[in-house]
Design a protein around this ligand. Structure first.
Ligand SMILES: C[S@@+](CC[C@H](N)C(=O)[O-])C[C@H]1O[C@@H](n2cnc3c(N)ncnc32)[C@H](O)[C@@H]1O
Length: 332
């Protein structure tokens, strides 16, 4: 099955690096431009060999580091105990290059449990503290990414033992290096008004006045009547997994006989953060690139981007998503 390989000494075996998944990890010390466009570049490399020496101000890093899962995905990952150090080390160089008020957004798992227990690991809390204490980042928000199309799980604790609820969200942790100057603008992510709000605006606002509870919350005549271009986005991200880019990636990867990526995010997730936290031409980066969704969202929004990914097959599949973009060139 390719899970074991011979070590140098006779009669000694070890776990093979990629456990037979047919994945090609870049050799340490090497870097290769996998593909590029006029706005960005996807580099087949370990992140630590690119970002610490970049020398270019970064406006936003949005990334999903490998989750600390008990059964790891094909590309590997740290344990929950190692996680804070793993992420801080990966982000050090990026944080040094972050513009004042720039942001770091991390997508991390919620469904990580203590050993043989339905209790959730506190690794996210440790991670937040480490990013604050070691890298000086300020926490802007913990935004749950609610994905109601997740299959029921965790299997053991929710479906078999029936003690946990079926999981439906992951964390999007948003940090900045300078909260007083954060380069966010919620007018770039306005949502459509509800029908009720449109009616209120058309009628010139509420037609009554009311006081609720101890008076902390009041409706005055004409409240909510001001015409505004859209509704403020709430700090809960509702996005399903369905994504035309994921479907396109799967089609191409399958037709090329490439192993599929096991943890793709829909492009709508980085799209939201890129809009909220950057301007046209800003630089957006992702050290754990996978299928380069951060790059794709940035490209479509006219931002510059740099993504690293250490497994060649994921970049080969991702390249197809960029083929029609200006200046596309591919080295595979
Ligand atoms: C959770 S996945 C990211 C998925 C991505 N957001 C997407 O939507 O396709 C994490 C990725 O980081 C890559 N990776 C892990 N360690 C790395 C390293 N040191 N340098 C570059 N890439 C790495 C893995 O191969 C994997 O594809």
């Amino acid at each position: 099955m390719g899970i074991l390989e011979r070590a140098d000494q006779r009669g000694v075996w070890r776990l093979s690096e990629d456990a037979g998944k047919n994945l090609h990890r870049i050799i340490a010390g090497n870097q290769l431009v996998a593909f590029s466009t006029r706005l960005g570049v996807a580099i087949w490399a370990r992140h630590k060999e690119v970002f610490p020496s970049l020398g270019e101000p970064i406006a936003l890093c949005i990334t999903s580091p490998p989750y600390p899962l008990r059964v790891q995905r094909a590309y590997g990952g740290p344990t929950s105990e190692e996680y804070p150090d793993f992420v801080c080390t990966a982000l050090e160089g990026i944080v040094r290059a972050l513009q004042p008020g720039g942001s770091i957004v991390l997508n991390v798992a919620n469904d990580v449990f203590e050993e043989r227990s339905p209790a959730r690991s506190l690794y996210v809390e440790r991670l937040v503290l480490a990013l604050h204490d070691r890298l000086g980042l300020a926490l802007m928000d913990r935004v749950p990414w609610v994905n109601l199309s997740k299959p029921p799980g965790p299997t053991w604790w929710a479906c078999i033992n029936r003690v946990q609820l079926s999981a439906a969200y992951e964390h999007q942790l948003w940090f900045t290096n300078d909260a007083t100057r954060v380069r966010a603008d919620n007018r770039r992510v306005l949502e459509e008004h509800t029908a009720r709000q449109r009616e209120l605006m058309a009628a010139g606002g509420a037609q009554r006045s009311a006081v609720y509870g101890d008076g902390a919350y009041r409706i005055r005549k004409n409240s909510y009547g001001r015409e505004t271009p859209g509704r403020l986005a709430r700090n809960v991200m509702l996005r399903g997994h369905a994504c035309t880019d994921t479907k396109a990636y799967r089609r191409v990867a399958t037709s090329m006989g490439l192993p599929l990526h096991g943890a793709m995010m829909p492009t709508a997730v980085p799209d939201f953060w890129v809009r909220l936290l950057t301007d046209v031409d800003d630089l957006v980066v992702d050290p754990f690139g996978g299928t380069v969704r951060t790059g794709l969202a940035a490209e479509r929004l006219g931002r510059r981007w740099i993504v690293t990914e250490w497994i060649r097959e994921y970049l080969q599949g991702a390249a197809s998503l960029f083929r029609n973009n200006a200046g596309f060139a591919c080295n595979f």
